[in-house]
Ligand binder design. Structure first.
Ligand code: GDP
Length: 299
């Protein structure tokens, strides 16, 4: 919990401290207070819809419990946030298929490659065997990065010089089958939702993966950089429309004050947030737990 608090320090400073400040002034609950609250939430990228939902919930709580003191709103807001975020809390169950194929997608720099390393470590620690597919065939550096990482950590990486992404991942899944590997983490090239031809290409990669098993990929994991704020919401929508996203990883929550975007995502496309990234080291990946997240923001 301490690590999570540290990781969320900037969002805590921006959002948590401002809210705590607002509520601890000793004032009464009135329209001005709600307006200030609205501004704080919007500034932290909570987004218009989620902000409205939270404020509505607070208003009905104020009525129902006859709250009058601003201080009473702090707990009420935490409850409302937890209620909003709880539907996103859903652990990835990798026991349903073997190998369980996770296709990683996202824009360049979102943290895909780093997250693959973190996930490999996370699952290895649970005694699972992992194989990496260097499916980012656009950037030689991405392949190198993955191979170096694999060597250092004793994880097999399937890569090809040049070649296309779908073929590399297809081969990797076959290799994983032959070796009885539990999990395939398939990297793909970063792309922007606006790059239509690249979005079409990733759809093709998915179709090829389906040839190995109609249920595969068993998880389409969209990696999002929390710094992009409201833009992350657009990314979720576009990747989801093209590919059918099944889970999200929100990275770099440690470096941003825009952690509120998690609430905006909850309101627009409530896909499970499987993990959050709160730092650059391999241990800085945590399963998303709504109450833990909200408490870390305020305490
Ligand atoms: P990719 O292009 O999506 O594969 O992105 P990378 O994995 O190469 O990551 C881009 C940069 O973001 C690297 O410098 C990573 O160290 C950094 N990064 C990734 N995840 C996190 C995170 O959770 N916190 C922080 N602070 N940095 C991260």
């Amino acid at each position: 919990a301490q690590r999570l608090k540290q990781g969320l320090s900037r969002t805590r400073e921006q959002l948590g401290k401002q809210l705590t400040g607002l509520f601890s002034l000793g004032g009464k609950i009135d329209e001005d207070l709600f307006e200030e609250l609205e501004t704080i939430l919007l500034t932290a990228d909570v987004g218009i819809e989620a902000t409205q939902t939270l404020l509505d919930q607070l208003r009905s709580r104020v009525k129902k419990d006859k709250l009058t003191e601003a201080a009473q709103l702090q707990g009420a807001l935490q409850d409302a946030l937890i209620t909003l975020l709880q539907p996103l809390e859903s652990e990835l169950d990798i026991s349903t298929h073997n190998p369980f194929v996770i296709m990683m997608v996202g824009v360049n720099g979102a943290g895909k490659t780093t997250t693959i390393g973190k996930l490999a470590k996370f699952y290895q620690a649970q005694g699972k065997s992992v194989l990496l597919a260097a499916g980012d065939t656009f950037r030689a550096a991405a392949r190198e990065q993955l191979m170096v990482w694999g060597e250092r950590n004793n994880v097999t990486v399937i890569a090809q010089d040049g070649g296309d992404s779908a073929a590399v991942i297809f081969d990797a899944i076959a290799a994983a089958r032959a070796r009885g590997i539990d999990i395939v983490l398939a990297d793909t090239a970063g792309r922007l939702p606006t790059q239509a031809h690249l979005m079409e290409e990733i759809r093709k990669v998915k179709r090829v993966i389906q040839k190995t098993d109609p249920a595969a990929p068993h998880e389409v994991l969209l990696v999002l950089d929390a710094n992009t704020g409201q833009n992350a919401v657009t990314q979720v929508k576009t990747f989801d429309d093209v590919l059918g996203v099944t889970g999200l990883v929100l990275t770099k929550l440690d470096g941003t004050a825009k952690g509120g975007v998690i609430a905006a995502i909850a309101k627009s496309r409530p896909h499970p947030i499987r993990f959050i990234g709160v730092g650059e080291s391999l241990d800085d990946l945590r399963p998303f737990v709504a109450s833990e997240f909200v408490h870390a923001l305020f305490e």
